[in-house]
Design a protein around this ligand. Structure first.
Ligand code: AHM
Ligand code: MG
Length: 284
């Protein structure tokens, strides 16, 4: 199941990369339940309709079926991110326009992280709650009630190979952290970068930190690297519900009014005081 798609297996079926398989599993698991009016996925260009034979409901589901794809072949943690919106009134056949709601309109958001254990982290707007898969029982056990992100941290996450492409405020913010105890911050910082947003955000929900994928010269034309509707928005809701903050550097992520389903956005999220500091540097 690893490696590139494009080859055939022994039954003559096309072999698919794990992220294509994850996409198919999510669609099949959610299309028949009667809760959804439509779906949208990172792996599908347009809106995914509910097949005619199934009942329809009032919600829209958006997901990144397998986030952190570059980690699949090297067997490092990946995850599934999802966001739930209400379908506007009378939307029997939802179009892309029906999905273009700001993150503040989400009614639920969460992710599953496939690490040493499989955990499901969920918010329905009343805090953040974590469930751990018990493989013997075949069900998720409620193990992490009301997860919180501390306001301060000494740990940050950014792909610093992009440092030369960053804008001045991020260069300053990260540079000051790297100067450690003898710099303006007066303390040493630790750094982590899994390159799976799910795993990096999960660490922040567990022990705090600040995660950044800012806009840089390489991704400026696309508006950023991470996708607003099924990466940034669900993570921003989780982080805010846990007491943290989530910003593009220039505005609250949950306030961004989307214009495209696969829109990208700069992301700075995690411990509140750090996100506020990075945003303040952008304002200066
Ligand atoms: P993907 O949805 O194609 O997996 O891309 C998103 C991922 C995030 O999980 C992660 O934070 C980022 O891309 C890593 O990017 P980079 O390889 O540039 O460090
Ligand atoms: Mg992704």
């Amino acid at each position: 199941m690893l490696g590139e798609a494009g080859s055939d297996n022994i039954q003559g079926e096309a072999q698919k990369k794990l992220d294509v398989i994850a996409n198919e599993i999510l669609i099949q698991a959610n299309e028949w339940g009667g809760h959804l009016a439509g779906m949208a996925s990172e792996e599908v260009d347009t809106v995914q309709a509910i097949p005619r034979e199934f009942p329809k409901g009032g919600y829209l589901l958006l997901f990144d079926p397998l986030d952190g794809s570059s980690n699949i072949d090297v067997n490092v943690s990946v995850g599934t991110i999802f966001s739930v919106l209400r379908c506007p009134d009378g939307c029997a056949e939802p179009t892309e326009a029906d999905f273009l709601q700001p993150g503040s309109a989400q009614v639920a958001a969460g992710y599953a992280v496939y690490g040493p254990s499989t955990q499901l982290i969920l918010t329905v707007g009343e805090g953040v709650h974590g469930f751990t898969l018990d493989r013997e029982m075949g069900s998720f056990v409620y193990t992490h009630p009301f997860m919180t992100v501390p306001a301060d941290t000494q740990e940050y996450a950014i792909n610093s190979s992009n440092a030369r492409f960053w804008e001045a405020p991020i260069k300053r913010y990260v540079g000051e952290m790297q100067e450690g105890k003898h710099g303006p911050r007066g303390k040493d910082f630790n750094m982590r970068w899994v390159a799976s947003m799910v795993a990096d955000v999960h660490r922040i929900l567990t022990r705090g930190g600040v995660f950044m994928y800012p806009i840089d010269e390489k991704c400026r034309d696309r508006g950023g690297k991470l996708r607003l509707m099924y990466e940034a928005n669900p993570m921003a809701l989780l982080i805010e519900q846990a007491g943290g903050a989530a910003s593009t550097g220039r505005e609250r992520i949950l306030d961004v009014v989307p214009t495209k389903l696969h829109q990208r956005v700069p992301v700075i999220l995690g411990s509140r005081n750090e996100v506020e500091r990075a945003a303040a540097y952008h304002r200066e």
